[in-house]
Write a protein that binds this ligand. Sequence first.
Ligand code: NAP
Length: 254
Amino acid sequence: MQALLATRRALVTGGGRGIGAAIARKFAEAGAHVTICGRTPREIDVVAAEIGGVAVVADLTDRASTDRMLAEVRAAGAIDVLVNNAGVAESASLDRTDDAMWDRIMELDATAPFRITRALAPAMIAAKWGRIINIASNAGVSGYGYTAAYCAAKHAMVGMTRGLAIDLARTGITINALCPGWVETAMSDDAVARIAQKTGRSVDEARASLANMSPQRRMITTAEVAHAALMLCADDARGIHGQTIVIDGGAILK
Ligand code: NAP
């Protein structure tokens, strides 16, 4: 039987570590040729070498850098599967959320995914097949303290997913958002360190406070998010379109 993504070309933004690296590895195992991008060459080069893919250095908060990455990717061939994964989750109280922080988060977590989608969708439309997977967050469907900018950006990503789902419905492309709760990555490690530093709790206690937000009393693994991303790539997943798929052990229900 042919591998699920044999002959497919994928772009995973932020593929050098965490969720993006797990998706890049999963897609490569499923036969895809995978390009990853990020700012840190030593991270993306290692993952790209491991999976026989391509690494492109890009800072997605810089539109010229994003456009150079897109030109390089497109010159190598059409992308069939786009995973908008690169993101940042800075947190601050309202009075400490300055314009620069707001703009940085909106640019990376909402505007860049939109611009990359706009650039790569035409080739998918021409091919009459495509998958766009936005890695949002349960902060894209719910509110959390000290994260107004992050919540706003992830809600924007979910809104873009729903809006474009209507525009793209008859093209052969599906677009969906995956909305994980806390996932075991460098991003949640940073949050744990911040909580420990600000509250005086131990690192283990801080980590438990995040895990306990889920009724399953645990964080999600990167493998679980990668599994959902691959599932969306199946031809038989073509009816799953415009959805926000929450992967958080039920935390959103509380
Ligand atoms: P992570 O380990 O910090 O990885 C983030 C990735 O994004 C890295 O590869 C990073 O590479 C890249 N990135 C960051 N800033 C960038 C920029 N300006 N330009 C290009 N690439 C950039 O985070 P993660 O936990 O895997 O998060 C991945 C996605 O999942 C994010 O969108 C995040 O919001 C979402 N998410 C995470 C969690 C969680 O608990 N971890 C929960 C829900 C949703 P460089 O730093 O080298 O650029």
